[in-house]
Design a protein around this ligand. Structure first.
Ligand SMILES: *[C@@H]1O[C@H](CO)[C@@H](O)[C@H](O)[C@H]1NC(C)=O
Length: 537
């Protein structure tokens, strides 16, 4: 799939990301998104009063997909419009007098290296960067809000906008790249602004001082040979792709070698055991009680806490289906970055749709392990894991609201999520478990004794062990995310650290459920297969 499918990627586009042609003079609107910073997980709304950006006559929130909203996009219109193919010099956007409290807010955000995010014709306004190792030039979205130079804090109030376009025909163009270089220019309040970048002094912010600022821009249209279909290539820069491939191949080879070694050893031992059991059994029935055959009457005994186990297995199956299908769609090119938030939306939609799988698997496994409390099983499968994640989302929302961050999930989105959960996910789960309970469950290949025997636990308590051992990779991921936080990340405030750790925990739990399910189902298959192949009287 991986090898064949990239060829398909360029052959079609989803609705909404189709190319848009502009005639000469037709305005290309600039949309504005939340301000972000590398070292903070608290984005801010563009029209947060503290920033004092120029506002349009009416702020109109742009319609975005669920995934885009959940992942923090907050798009609005802006007063800036770029007439196609018309170079402009030193256009005034607006004049602002920034209040003293807002100046303090701005200075803090500039110190934290916040970036301004614009979206022009679906493309993020970017800056040019150079990869030192390959000296390849690439686009990186966002432009600095300001600059700290020694003791001074400069505010960027002038934008040099380079729009790269592709000529479609005589009078039609398509936007294929947007580069914005911000500058700090102190234009005198009453005079005509000059935008002389080399000659004028910068706008210096001073703590608690009202400041007069003129926001200006210069627009340059540059023809570019790259076509509309490949316009995202500059943005999708990967540092050192060879190292990535090397690590991936490395990991796969090591896993294959180790797995085949374990398989060989197991197969040899099992073949010997199975042939001995089956020949000994013919000659002398009394002598066959050694090795793993001894526990045949206990090995399929229902585990403790089978309810929780089955609920986790159902959720794990749901996650496996969701990830598999989302990955397939991503490989097919449906989730291109040009449709903002499509990855999040798809993952959420598939998670909800595959509730039917969670209900089914959970009830089949519950029946296999002899459980009888069906209602509780359905209910827990439908609400346990989504409920925990939802609770965490609400708790984090309080932090985000207190910090005035724009990534707080809006009330309407919460209602939409609750609606999807109760009106789609839970009914699907109930439907799945209705069919699951009609399934006879997996008959164990040998009968289980009524009375448990005294057996050393490393023989036969394999059910939870098979789940936990595989789920340990989730624990590993959580520990690694802490190591990553300490070593690589430089989060400036406590709220960002809390948000980072909470989401890392959620992701690690999801991974643990995922791998635990794979581990348990594989072990169940294995144990059933070996006990099926021996004769038991
Ligand atoms: C705009 O300015 C750039 C740089 O000076 C120039 O290369 C380009 O041809 C101009 N475009 C138009 C449409 O005038």
């Amino acid at each position: 799939m991986l090898v064949l499918l990239p060829a398909l990627v360029h052959s079609f586009y989803l609705p909404g990301v189709a190319p848009r042609d502009y005639k000469k003079g037709e305005p290309v609107p600039v949309l504005v998104n939340a301000l972000t910073a590398k070292d903070s997980l608290l984005p801010y709304d563009y029209y947060h009063p503290g920033f004092s950006f120029c506002t349009p006559d009416k702020e109109i929130s742009q319609h975005e997909s669920l995934g885009s909203i959940l992942f923090g996009d907050r798009l609005y219109n802006s007063p800036i419009e770029l007439p196609a193919l018309e170079n402009q010099t030193c256009k005034v956007i607006c004049r602002k007098s920034i209040q003293d409290t807002s100046v303090d807010f701005l200075m803090k955000r500039i110190d934290e290296e916040y970036l301004v995010n614009w979206v022009v014709d679906g493309l993020p306004a970017a800056q040019l960067y150079k990869d030192e190792s390959t000296s390849e030039v690439f686009y990186y979205p966002g432009m600095p809000l300001g600059l700290v130079e020694g003791e001074q804090t400069l505010l960027h109030n002038h934008y040099v906008i380079h729009v790269h376009y592709h000529k479609k025909d005589a009078d039609k163009i398509r936007v294929v790249g947007v580069i914005v270089n911000p500058a700090s220019l102190d234009n005198p309040k009453d005079a005509e602004p000059k935008c002389d970048i080399a000659g004028s002094s910068p706008v210096i912010l001073k703590t608690s001082t009202q400041t007069e600022v003129t926001y200006t821009y210069t627009l340059v249209w540059n023809e570019d040979p790259i076509s509309w279909g490949t316009r995202w290539d500059h943005y999708l820069h990967v540092y050192d792709p060879q190292i990535h491939w090397f690590s991936i191949v490395n990991a796969i080879v090591i896993i294959l070698i180790l797995a085949s070694m374990v398989t060989m050893i197991l197969l040899r031992a099992l073949h010997k055991d199975i042939s001995r059991y089956n020949t000994l059994g013919d000659e002398d029935g009394a002598q066959d009680d050694f090795g793993w055959k001894m526990v045949h009457a206990d090995v399929f005994r229902a585990p403790a806490y089978r309810m929780i186990l089955c609920v986790l297995l159902g959720t794990g199956a749901q996650l496996i289906c969701m990830l598999g299908v989302t990955l397939a769609f991503a490989v097919l090119g449906f989730l291109s970055p040009s449709s903002r938030g499509s990855l999040g939306t798809m993952a959420l939609v598939f998670y909800i749709l595959f509730s039917v799988v969670s209900g089914y698997v959970s009830s089949v496994m519950y029946k296999t392990y002899g459980g009888e409390n069906r209602k509780q099983n359905v209910l827990l499968t439908a609400v346990l894991v989504p409920g925990i994640v939802f609770g965490i989302l609400i708790a984090l929302n309080f932090i985000l609201i207190a910090k005035e961050s724009s990534s707080a999930v809006p009330f309407g989105t919460f209602l939409a999520l609750i609606g999807l959960w109760f009106l789609v996910s839970i009914p699907l789960c109930i439907a799945g478990s209705y069919f699951g309970f009609r399934h006879p469950g997996f008959e164990p290949p040998c009968k289980t004794n009524q009375i448990p025997r005294q057996i050393p636990p490393q023989d036969y308590l394999w059910v939870w062990k098979s789940f936990n051992a595989s789920a340990a990779s989730g624990f590993y991921m959580f520990v690694y995310s802490i190591v990553f936080l300490a070593g690589k990340l430089d989060l400036k405030d406590a709220a960002s650290v809390v948000i980072y750790l909470t989401w890392s925990l959620v992701m690690s739990i999801m991974l643990a459920i995922f791998t635990g399910t794979v581990g348990h189902l594989a072990s169940l298959y294995f144990v059933r297969t070996i006990y099926k192949s021996i004769k038991i009287d």
